[in-house]
Design a protein around this ligand. Structure first.
Ligand SMILES: NC(=O)c1ccc[n+]([C@@H]2O[C@H](COP(=O)([O-])OP(=O)(O)OC[C@H]3O[C@@H](n4cnc5c(N)ncnc54)[C@H](OP(=O)(O)O)[C@@H]3O)[C@@H](O)[C@H]2O)c1
Length: 436
């Protein structure tokens, strides 16, 4: 089977990808659109005329993002400072305690002191660069895996910096700017959605009326330093990144089926190359918790679920695809400490965040593959695939701990079916009574 390619590549921006495409009358939902890739994905779709709902857990940040999108889509381009305002102060570290206590920590403030786990991890990171003493193959593989994951660093918040780029992406390389060709921008609205709260997901899906053309499962959390469980007892990255989005997507099935050619786009990660889903211990009840393994597992689950849904929803005309956006400086790395950020090249020797480290993408480039899959006629009808750099990713046949391509365990139909069944089983459990 030949891989799908497009005229776009790793350097393409969201504006370039959607140039000349009109989405008037189409309705889209984007999760986690207050910052980073989601914000730029939303802007591109609005510029092209779509009515976009920003599904966010912080309504104030959502309204700020919506205002910026309206302003930018109308022709003005906010500055870096404005975009920092859109994201607002960085969110608390994403642990249950922090979330529940409302404790502001980490992101915009001084970096956390390295805890034991971080210190151990730093040693491994050093090993990956050949600086440490540990030399056996397993350690090297493990170290490389961590480097690959850490290389997704969007260091802005953890390093105390503002988001790194404004909403403009400079002159498009091809044609005119998106959305200006045939009509005006679409509408933006903001709705509450906390992917860690089942009641909120059900409320969001239940209150949706009419067809839904585009669902972008974009929100995410990464590398929580400690094992953090949801009230259901689920590991939090698996719960938010995969189960929350799965519940949302399933809840919106009828609306998606009602829209001709609806598209579901799920933002996974090349980090999936570091871990399959451990069906025997998804929530780290028996094995030691490891932050990158947990993130990787959640991202593998997102790809497997994509494949499972693509098969099951083909008859409804709904396409479902997943992607790796590239490495982009965003708020995603709020849990990385200074040493990790410096090690992966996200900050300079003085600890100052780099706007776009070598080999990384701007946020506008990071949104390009999402926008391609959400809106481009080039991929109409394509389903069940995994893209990176605006093209379908090649199977990664050799065991690897990072880089590019798709892992064999993420394209295995049996595993996709198993993950689908396990997801439905987990989601059918009654959420415990809310603690607050
Ligand atoms: N940046 C990279 O290098 C990279 C690489 C590979 C994959 N990705 C993936 O790209 C996606 C977007 O990330 P990003 O880099 O743009 O990071 P980001 O700027 O931190 O955006 C993540 C978004 O998810 C939201 N979110 C977090 N927890 C949520 C919850 N419980 N309910 C609803 N929304 C929640 C965040 O909202 P709050 O601000 O309120 O927390 C934020 O709006 C993620 O899925 C990430 O895994 C990123």
């Amino acid at each position: 089977m030949s891989l799908i390619t497009t005229p776009f590549d790793a350097q393409s921006t969201a504006s370039e990808v959607i140039d000349g495409v009109r989405l008037d009358g189409k309705r889209a939902v984007i999760t986690g659109a207050t910052s980073g890739i989601g914000l730029h994905t939303a802007l591109a779709l609005v510029r092209a005329g779509a009515d976009v709902t920003l599904a966010v857990r912080d309504l104030t940040a959502g309204e700020r993002a919506a205002a910026l999108i309206r302003e930018s889509a109308a022709g003005q381009t906010p500055t870096d400072g404005d975009l920092a305002g859109a994201a607002g102060p960085a969110r608390p570290a994403d642990t249950a305690d922090a979330a529940e206590d409302g404790v502001l920590a980490g992101a915009a403030g001084p970096a956390r002191p390295a805890d034991t786990a971080d210190a151990a991890e730093d040693g491994v990171l050093a090993g990956a660069a050949g600086l440490a003493r540990r030399a056996d193959a397993a350690d090297a593989a493990s170290a490389a895996a961590r480097v690959a994951a850490t290389a997704q660093a969007g260091a802005s918040s953890a390093a105390g910096a503002a988001p790194t780029s404004d909403l403009s992406d400079g002159p498009a390389r091809v044609g005119s700017r998106a959305g200006l060709a045939g009509g005006g921008p679409g509408q933006v609205r903001v709705a509450y959605l906390d992917l860690g709260d089942r009641a909120s997901i059900d409320a969001f899906a239940g209150s949706w009326t009419g067809p839904l053309d585009i669902l972008v499962n974009n929100a995410g959390i990464m590398a929580l330093p400690e094992l953090t469980l949801t009230p259901e007892g689920w590991e939090r990255q698996f719960a938010i990144n995969h189960l929350g989005h799965a519940a949302l997507t399933l809840g919106l099935q009828r609306a998606l089926a009602a829209a001709p050619g609806a598209r579901v786009v799920t933002v996974s990660s090349s980090a999936h190359l570091m871990s399959p889903v451990d069906f025997d211990d998804i929530h780290f009840a028996r094995r030691p918790y490891e932050r990158w393994t947990a993130y990787a597992q959640s991202k593998t689950a997102m790809i497997l679920f994509t494949r499972a849904l693509a098969k099951r929803w083909a008859a409804d005309g709904i396409t479902v695809n997943a992607l790796h956006p590239g490495y982009i400086m965003t708020n995603l790395q709020r849990h990385l400490d200074d040493a990790q950020l410096r090690f992966v090249g996200a900050t300079d020797d003085e600890g100052k965040p780099l706007e776009v480290p070598p080999g990384w993408k701007t946020q506008q480039q990071g949104a390009a593959t999402s926008v391609l899959l959400a809106a481009s006629p080039l991929v109409e009808g394509v389903t069940g695939r995994y893209f990176e750099d605006c093209a379908e990713a090649a199977p990664q046949l050799e065991p690897t701990t990072g880089g590019s391509g798709i892992a064999p365990y993420a394209i295995d139909e049996t595993l996709a079916d198993r993950l689908y069944d396990e997801t439905l089983r987990l989601l059918s459990t009654e959420p415990p009574a809310r603690s607050r």
